[in-house]
Each structure stands twice: as C-alpha cells, then as structure tokens.
Write a protein that binds this ligand. Sequence first.
Ligand code: ATP
Length: 341
Amino acid sequence: MVMSDRRIALIPGDGIGPEITAATLRILEAGGFEAEYEILEAGQPALDKGLPVMPESTIARIAELGIALKGPTTTPIGKGHTSANVALRKALDLFANVRPTRSIPGLKTHFDNVKIDLIIVRENTEDLYAGIEFQPHKDMAQAVKVITRPGCARLFKYAFEMVRKQGRKRITAVHKANIMKLTDGMFLEEFYKAAAENPDIIADDIIVDNCCMQLVVRPEQFDVIVTENLYGDIVSDLCAGLVGGLGLAAGANIGENCAVFEAVHGSAPDIAGKGIANPTALLFTSLMMLRHLGERSIADRIGRATLQVLGEGKVLTGDLGGHATTAEYTQAIIDRLADVG
Ligand code: ATP
C-alpha cells in the first residue's frame, strides 16, 4: 500500500467482502489514488474472535478518522446478532444514505431501453430500523416505527443542498402517508417545509407503491428521491435491478462529522470465496469517497475506464452475464486506465 498522509478506515467485511475490497484497492492504486488504510474489524471476523459484530473500538476509530470504506458484513435473518451496518449507522449518527442509480451505456440488462439517472437519499437511523421490537404475546410480535421532526429536518436540509450541489432540478418524497397518517404524515409535512425554503428546486411527492410501478414503467421521470429508511432500502434494490443488479449499486452513509462508504449489496455468501464476485458496486462506492475527498479527476478517470469495460461487454462477471473472474475484470479496468487519459 502507498504511504500517504491520508488515512482511511477500512472494513473488508465477510463473504465476498475481502475479494471485492482487494480488487477495489488495486484499481484505486492503479488510478493514482494514494491513501493509508487502517484495517478495522467488524462482522463475522469480529464475531469469530468473541467480539460484538461492530466493536466499540472500530466505531471509535472511524469517528476519529471521519471516513471509512466498508465491505459487506453478513446479517443472519431472524435470531442472532443485529446488523453491523445498522449498529454503525446508529452509533455514528450517519443519517443520510445516498444511493445513485445510472444506466450504463452499452450494458445489456433485463430492461435495455430504460434510461435512469437518479439519486436516492434514504433516511438512515429512524423508521422501523430503530430496532424497537417486542413480543407481548407468544402469537404476536410488534415493531415501533419512529419518525421525528429533527430527524426529518436534517435529512431534508442535506437532500435539498445535495440537489443544488449536484446540479439536479427536482426532488420527490416517497411515502405512505395515506395509510400511516402520523409517521409518514410528519415526514411529508417536514418535506414541504423544507421545499418552501428551497423554492428554486421542484418538489413533489409520490406514494411508495406507485413509485415502484413508475420506476419500472417510466424511471426517467425521477431525479432525486428522498425517502424513509425501509422504503429506501427496498426502492434502491429495485433501482439496482433496473440497471444491471446489485453488483453495480454504490452507496454512502453521511453524518455531520463522518462518512462511511458502503456498497448496497450484502455479503453474497452463495458466491463467496469463488473469485467471481463483481467488485463494481464497491468500486463505484469508493469513487463517491474520492469525490468526497476532492479527488474528482482520479474518480472520473477510473469511472470512465470502468464504464468502457462494462459497456463493451467483453470482460464481465457472471452476475452481468459474463464469464470473467473478479481478477480478470479488475485487470481489464486497470489495463483500460492507460487509454482513458
Ligand atoms: P443483505 O441482507 O446483507 O443486504 P441480501 O440478502 O440482500 O444481503 P446479497 O448478499 O446482497 O443479499 O445478495 C443478493 C444476491 O445478489 C445474491 O444472489 C448474490 O450472489 C448477488 N450479489 C450481491 N452482490 C453481488 C456482487 N458484488 N457480485 C455478484 N453477485 C452479487
């Protein structure tokens, strides 16, 4: 690794995490990005040592460094340990999860005529993910949905500023306020308060079920979507599916003083250790990190090389219909860097 003044916390994660992390770092280094990575434990490797899924020391160090690149960590369904991701987002108060979705020119997908270029801003600490669940009776389980005015206000402040910074025009709030009148009603009320303070940006709203249908039928109508935690989780996977799948979907968790860059997908245990995972989602995630650090030209160059390789379709991983290994795909991007100037 390159010696540099810039220190970044690195959680390789488990499942395919270490494979795609290694591939991503190789490409970043080949693209001229210099940093020192401090490897921190979380997920299965931490559990194997008898530590919590997201150890306090890992959280504290990320808070000190202010920036982390994170590979996926497994979350078993049902009983067992809580999600490392949810723990991290709550502990560091990473209130906004930013997930861009863009169609890749030339890449064959199930929806070839679809043109998408949108950003989802998902609330990241409240909603049904607040983790308040109980079982008052053996045949009944309940969960509490939490929406707060301050939580909404800081999310919308960030989202409207992001719309302006990115040169976007329109922001759409996604909700279910027709049914959840108090919680989603409050979310929507706060959204329109923020909209009134940002009259230069077009603001509207849509109910989540209709949003899903519209995303499949006419996704080009969306520019920036801002939504609650659970809807954002689901809608962003839908968007990933429209443009080629989870292997391409990048994400960033943003707080007041800290940012954790993490791909949308999970640890993909079904393909872990086989050397066939697609590292693009984590690579695109790392390019969001580079832009956050002001390294726009390196990020743009690596992005162009990657889009060319994907668009040509000759060297693709299995999830995109190809036969390349992670290593072959990684090398194809590195080779292409020489051509993209
Ligand atoms: P989580 O609940 O942790 O988000 P998940 O249940 O949504 O995880 P993933 O681990 O994201 O599941 O995997 C869903 C499917 O997508 C699996 O079949 C997996 O192999 C595939 N997949 C996810 N990421 C990649 C990737 N980077 N490359 C190839 N296939 C992937």
